[in-house]
Unconditional design. Structure first.
Length: 171
């Protein structure tokens, strides 16, 4: 999960990449206001691309949980989250929203990542093992790839098939 620590409500810079007039959090904000204030623009590393959920926290308490649909580039080389605010009754919302942040207040970086049982998913190779660190259990991406190559024949035959199928005429 991506965890973002919001500062106090304040005016956004005039060149805000999302066109916002306000950022940060204060009591009484609606779900939409919290989402718009907190969804970006952040420096998000490669791990962010594997995460399914975003938690927005302020004053040591998780204020909102969001299911990530996608991450989008914004001006300035940063990224923003596009997603769906999770309502009460959703397991991620109920586990985190309104409770103490799982990230200690002493952590200075506003963007952190946490491992959560809610992030588990079946390994994409089809082995049935669950993972929280991406689409595959380590090494299973290669296993899945080589099983598929073997269905075609040799690596050479696979490349020939792939190029024919996808119209690679430069080879």
């Amino acid at each position: 999960m991506i965890h973002i620590k919001l500062g106090p409500r304040a005016a956004a810079k005039t060149d805000d990449p999302l066109g916002r007039s306000r950022i940060g959090w204060e009591p009484g904000m609606s779900d939409e206001q919290t989402y718009e204030a907190g969804r970006g623009a952040w420096v998000l590393g490669a791990r962010a691309d594997r995460e399914r959920y975003l938690l927005l926290a302020a004053d040591g308490v998780v204020r909102q949980a969001v299911e990530i649909d996608r991450l989008v580039q914004v001006p300035g080389g940063r990224r923003a989250v596009e997603g769906t605010v999770l309502p009460a009754g959703h397991p991620v919302h109920d586990s985190y929203v309104g409770k103490s942040s799982p990230v200690p207040a002493s952590v200075r970086n506003p963007v952190t990542y946490i491992d959560s049982a809610h992030d588990t998913k079946a390994c994409a190779c089809g082995c049935g093992v669950t993972t929280t660190t991406g689409w595959f259990v380590p090494g299973h991406d290669q296993k899945a790839l080589h099983e598929r190559v073997a269905r075609i024949g040799t690596v050479y035959e696979f490349i020939q098939w792939f190029d024919r199928t996808h119209g690679d005429s430069d080879r």
